[in-house]
Each structure stands twice: as C-alpha cells, then as structure tokens.
Design a protein around this ligand. Structure first.
Ligand code: CMC
Length: 429
C-alpha cells in the first residue's frame, strides 16, 4: 500500500480509495469497497483497466517490450535456460539448482504415460476432428482418469495434478496428432528430454528407428519456453475464473484450452500461417495491407498487434531468429512463406496505420513458419501453444488457490434489457 489515495467525486459526494503499489508496473486503485460506498460498479469490458488478481509470476512492460518470468527476462531464459527449468521457475518461484532440476525432470518424465484406457477414449473422436477439439475433451476427461488428484484442498493432490498435466499434455497432444494421421500412438521415452520425447511421440513410427535432430529439439524447447506464461491473458484469466469456483484443476485447464483456441488468442499462429500462404507472393502484400486497414473489411493481419505490447513483442524477436536457423538447417532455402513474412513485417512497420496504432509482429507471426518446417500441420499449432502454456496456467491456478484473498470470480454488468414485466399467455402474444 502507498500513502497515495484516489479521490472519486460523484455529484456532491467525494470518496477515497487506497492506491496499491506493485514491485514494478503501474499502481492500482483498490476499488473493492466501491459498491458498498457508492452503490455503483465500474464498467470495463475486456478488462482493459482492471487488475483482477495479485500475482508474482509474470510481468510484461508493454511499452518497453519486456517480458519477465519471476523477474528473469525472457531473452535470457530463451538463450541460456531450458523449458523444464522454466517450468520449475514458474511453479516454485526460483531457478532450480542441479539436483532440484534433476529431480524435477525425473518426476515429470515419470508421469508422461497416460492411463491406457485413454487410448480407447481417443478412438471415439472422428479422424478429421480438429486436434484442439480433441484436446479440450481429453484434458477435461483427465478428471475422470485421475480422480485421486482432484481435491483442491489437499496440497499434495494439487502438486500431483500439476505434474501430471505438465507431463501428460505432450503425450495427449502427440496422440491427437497421431490419431489424425492414422498412425499408431507412440509411447513416451524416458531416455529423451522433454522436447525430444515430444518429437519422438509425434514423428516416430514403430517400423523404423527415429533420430531426434538436436537443432529441431532445441527450437521446439525454445518455442515452449516463449509460450510458457504471459500474465493475465484471456485463457489464463479463464483458468483463474474456472478455478475460483473450486472446480478441479483438470476442468480448469480444459477451460483454458478452449479459450486459447480462438483466433484472437492462441489460434492466431494457425491463422497467421494460413494468411501468409494465402498472400503467397510478395507482390500481393499491398492488397492485404489495404484490407487490414479497411474498416469495412473484417480482415486483420494475423500475428500483428497485442493488447499489452505497444512495442516489439520480445518473443517475436527470438522466434524470428529461430525461424531462420531452422529453415537453414532443414535446407529450406528461399522459403516463400518466410519471404512473405519478412517483407510483410517490413512494409507494415513503415505504414502510418500500423505506426499510429503501435502494431508490431507478435509471437505468433514467426512460430508457424518453424512448426510448418518441422512438419506439423497448421491444425496442431495451437495444440503446441496449449502444451507449453499449461505450466503457466497451473502456476497461476496454484497461486490463486493459495491466495487467502481468493473469492469466486463474479463480474457485474451494466444492464440494458427490459425492466420487469408480466408474463403474457401464449394466446395473447
Ligand atoms: N491488423 C489490423 N489492424 C489491427 C490489428 C491487426 N492485426 N490489430 C489491431 N488493429 C487495429 C484495430 O482495428 C484498432 O483500430 P482502430 O483504433 O482504428 O479501431 C486498433 O488497432 C486497436 O486494436 P484493438 O482491437 O482495440 O486492440 P485489442 O487490444 O483489443 O486487440 C488483438 C489485440 C491481439 C486481439 C488484436 O491486435 C488482433 O486481433 N490481432 C490479430 C490476432 C493475433 O495476432 N493474436 C495473437 C495475439 S499474441 C498471442 C496470444 O496472446 O495468444
């Protein structure tokens, strides 16, 4: 709390509200007593000015283009750390020492297999189902398979549920992919690291040995690191809202997966690559830029813009460099999609419309190019995002459950419907 107070004047009455100070970032006005004092609510659709929780996990400075996990800049974690290290950091607040990392990695690795019965559950889906539809269903169904870790009031069960989700999400994601291509499910391999194991479950087949390319594995690990958490975005807020009712953790994460699917959120990586392919060649870029600026056209440049970043998305910078590395490694020279992406970025960044609105490429602009080169179909892109974001959702969910100030999330509204009226018999309508 600071000494500052915020004064609100409504008509002849004046009210004071405390101002709270975070460790970094803007102060917030504590309006929890607003309704009791004034009989009014605030109106903030899209929560553009509302802090819905107190959190110590992730911080974004949108003007500087800075992203911190537990205080560590994302570019340092991407360059020097690994996804599994980042998982530990997000969950427990500090970077692990060697032994802690070894133990944590072993714990996650030992939980990667899913209940055998789940294989039959998968078979109920149509082969052409979108893998995000499968993910939403299967993650929700984990509560049915692992009901011994659904008591949110038991810290041990909360911990087991957390590790289970981080460990099993890649297995479920790979199974969704294998199911869609008609290949047998591949069991996890405990001798491989997190990213290599995931690649093996997606791309190996029982008929021949599979060698993981370390550069691709490193690129995947980087993608997971960059997507691991992003403070109170739509899917994380969904997880928190679902969890605020004391719903079990599997149900909460399934809610997050469903929200992430939207093209304005995690679905943007799929939409961005589809858009780059639709543009096809550099000479068609001006036509699409014009459409993005036309208010009568719903088209938006996918992979551009962000609610919080009003500067470069620091994740996009790492992603752009990785995209080049992966394409070079795979010998994909003169990749037309990458060429369109690079040129589109250049043209948009010089355009007054994008400059005025501070619209920069976001993380999804380049991630699709890497995933496409690695061999994932576009429908899997958001699944990979969900896999990586699971640790962030869980860290935020655990933080909320442990918060003594936790309350069920229950926003109010500005009602504009009909006032009370009497029921009319159907014969008179
Ligand atoms: N292309 C063209 N114009 C845009 C775009 C875009 N991608 N994004 C925003 N604008 C315009 C928008 O039309 C508005 O113009 P005006 O002021 O003239 O009405 C202005 O910029 C402000 O946009 P907004 O819609 O009020 O901003 P928002 O904070 O509500 O939306 C966003 C943020 C990410 C939903 C939006 O920028 C968008 O839809 N981008 C494309 C989808 C995308 O790439 N999403 C991934 C986000 S990063 C990963 C993740 O979080 O999941």
């Amino acid at each position: 709390m600071t000494d500052k107070v915020a004064k609100l004047v409504i008509g002849d009455e004046s009210y004071e509200f405390p101002v709270l100070e975070g460790s970094v970032g803007p102060d917030v006005i504590d309006i929890r007593s607003l309704y009791a004092k004034t009989g009014m609510f605030t109106y903030d659709p899209g929560f553009t000015s509302t802090a819905a929780c107190d959190s110590a996990i992730t911080f974004i400075d949108g003007d500087k283009g800075e992203l911190l996990y537990r205080g560590y800049p994302i570019d340092q974690l991407a360059a020097k750390g690994s996804f599994i290290e980042v998982c530990y950091l997000l969950l427990y607040g500090e970077l692990p020492n060697k032994q802690q990392l070894r133990e944590f990695e072993a714990l996650v690795t030992r939980h990667t297999m899913v209940h055998e019965q789940m294989h039959y559950f998968f078979r109920g889906f149509r082969r052409d189902a979108h893998p995000m539809a499968i993910m939403t269903g299967v993650v929700g169904a984990m509560a049915a398979f692992y009901h011994d870790s659904t008591d949110i009031n038991d810290p041990e069960q909360r911990e087991i549920a957390s590790i289970r989700m981080i460990a099993k999400m890649p297995t479920i994601a790979a199974m969704a992919y294998k199911y869609s291509v008609g290949q047998p499910f591949v069991y996890p391999r405990n001798d491989l690291d997190f990213a290599s194991n995931f690649l093996s479950m997606c791309f190996s087949v029982p008929a021949e040995p599979y060698e993981v390319n370390p550069v691709i594995a490193r690129a995947m690990d980087l993608i997971f690191t960059l997507h691991a958490d992003h403070e109170q975005n739509a899917s994380t807020s969904t997880v928190r809202l679902a969890g605020s009712s004391d719903a079990n953790p599997f149900a909460c994460i399934a809610a997050g997966v469903a929200c992430l699917w939207g093209p304005a959120h995690g679905g943007a990586n799929e939409a961005a690559l589809n858009m780059l392919r639709e543009i096809g060649t550099v000479d068609r870029i001006p036509e699409f830029i014009a459409r993005a600026k036309d208010k009568n056209d719903p088209f938006k440049l996918m992979g551009f813009g962000h609610r919080v970043y009003k500067n470069f998305d620091p994740r996009a910078t790492v992603m752009q460099a990785t995209a080049k590395e992966v394409l070079d490694l795979l010998g994909v020279e003169n990749n037309p999609t990458l060429q369109v992406a690079q040129e589109l970025e250049k043209i948009a960044l010089q355009d007054q419309y994008f400059i005025d609105r501070k619209l920069y490429p976001n993380v999804d602009f380049y991630s699709g190019i890497i995933l496409d080169a690695v061999g994932f179909p576009t429908s899997m892109f958001t699944v990979l995002f969900a896999m990586a974001r699971t640790v962030g959702w869980i860290a935020q969910w655990k933080e909320m459950i442990g918060d003594p100030q936790k309350k069920i999330g229950r926003p109010r509204q500005l009602y504009n419907g009909s006032p009370s009226r009497d029921y009319e018999e159907i014969s008179k309508r």
